[in-house]
Design a protein. Sequence first.
Lengths: 356, 308
Amino acid sequence: MHKTLIRSFVSSLVFLFTFTVAAVAKDVKAAFVYIGPTGDHGWTYQHDVGRKAVEAAGYKTTYVEGVPESADAERVLRQLANSGHDIIFTTSFGYMNPTNKVAKEFPNVKFEHATGYKREHANVSTYAARFYEGRTILGTIAGSMTKSNVIGYVASFPIPEVIRGINSFTLAAQKVNPNIKTKIVWAFTWYDPGKEAEAAKALIDQGADIIAQHTDSTAIVQIAEKSGIFAFGQASDMDKFAPKAVLTSVENNWGPYYVDRVKAVANGTWNQKDTWHGIGDGMVVISDLDSAIPADVRAKVNQLEKDLASGKVHSFTGPIYDQQGNLMVAEGKTADDGMLAGMMTYVKGVEGDIPK
Amino acid sequence: MDINFVGLIITSIMASAVPLILASCGELITERSGVLNLGVEGMMIIGAISGFAIMTVTGSLILAVLGAMLAGVLISTIFAFLTQTLITNHVATGLALTIFGIGISAMIGKNFVGIPGKEFPVLFGSLKDAIPFLSPILFGHSIVFYFAFALPFLTNYFLKKTKIGLILRAVGDSPDSASNQGINVRLVRYLCILYGGAMCGLAGAYLSMIYTPQWIENMTGGRGWIALALVVFSTWNPIKILIGAMIFGGLTIIQFHMQAIGVRIPVQFLTALPYIVTIIVLVVISRDSRKIRLSTPSSLGKSFYKDN
């Protein structure tokens, strides 16, 4: 008796919910699918900041957080597409196949997949940010300011995105200071403050006086602050967590792109695109430079930021050699996007092997 | 190798072992009374968010630490009520407690993401450079740090040398005989569960307030499960918990150092090393089957039925 009551109550609720959602689906509605919790203060958090920008622009948004990159993703996508959303942003690499699969079933819904390369249907676009441009700036600052010539780098997982960042950072640092060494520690996590702190401490104990990170939490900059050395923020401006240590941060700024794309759907001008924006388009933002950075370095960095934005300088300009000394990019040439997207080798000057 | 460098590494190891020691020693008392509480991870994360939230709102570190312990007590009260009064299954209830803790901490924590924590005061900070090698190990740590390293010895003394410790072990080994002796089994178990909750809360607060002062979701990162494993592999011996936690913390830290030095061992293997070696060492030092039988609480995980 109880069970039947509860069941009918639940199903009527579900029915009501679907009904209301379908009834108000006249304005453009955007949905966001997140890999992590919005409380990670990193990757997902920044996407959610972008979502709030869409909301502020006057559109309705929905989000689902902590969606695994499995059959669950398909289920969530199908449900979102079914419930009157016009555009769905899937914000993790592993959603690539589910996005394309569900896109086929819903040709009238637009799909936007972050960091992927598959656009199998006309209603799928892809977008990513050239974070490596930001890391060129960080490398320049690190190379100019290190005294021990040992720079620590806490990495997450061995994927092209992270390797590209390490390479771009190291190339820039070597350019201003040929004697530097980049020591890399793989934490094998995107965010676990405890582990990240331990990795950073190990690097500091081994003489690193500047630490860069490709993990999301603020633990590393806090450890740097305590140890009296410098660090760089990741994903958002981390200055308030370590005012003395943080020299600058590379911010992920998705808001403008999201607003742009949702507007395009509203105006009927949305078309399939592959977007890879950097500093120039404002998707990658360099936070305010700390006062600890000397004036000459500051001037150099400001100029570099302008040149990267205008395209006058490219992060991967030849000659670039790999660790064995083989030529990767010839003198005067720049690495093309295909090479960047699949980058799985260290450049010369990076220590150690890439975990396989 | 520089002797100060070794001192620094040992300090890092000890700091990373603190939450494991606190949570394990708490859980050990709970298990010694015959209750298996798998909710360690959940209680830790509740402690982490409570401590951080209270610190941010009130600005008082003492209130925050006490509040985190109280939060651990409160959430374990749910477990105690379910398993002791309503006689539910320990394993299922404990798992539910973990899931509940992770969920509710994320909910409370929404407003506390992206707020920097406060600096926690350290003791003997001025002596930090007084003696090479020893100074960083002995001085300049938070009060929780010193408490954690005293706790295994206190727990050991309590269990072996005090009357209350004896009662507690009796309840865990043979609740029926204990009950016949006039001991209120349910009350003892209630108190042990609440104590375990307090220690897990403190372990969580250490993570969010001292070790890495910030709040992000799931920040305990599975340390509660490691603490649980330590209790079992140490065969319910607090001193061996200390050894196990130091080995686990030690290998985690040392594998990062090996990576930084550039030792050519696959990183995945290095990452798995702490788990493998900790289990092997604890199994080896506790392999005496007679002692295992003696130290395993006989009624562990079994519900006690008696109307009183």
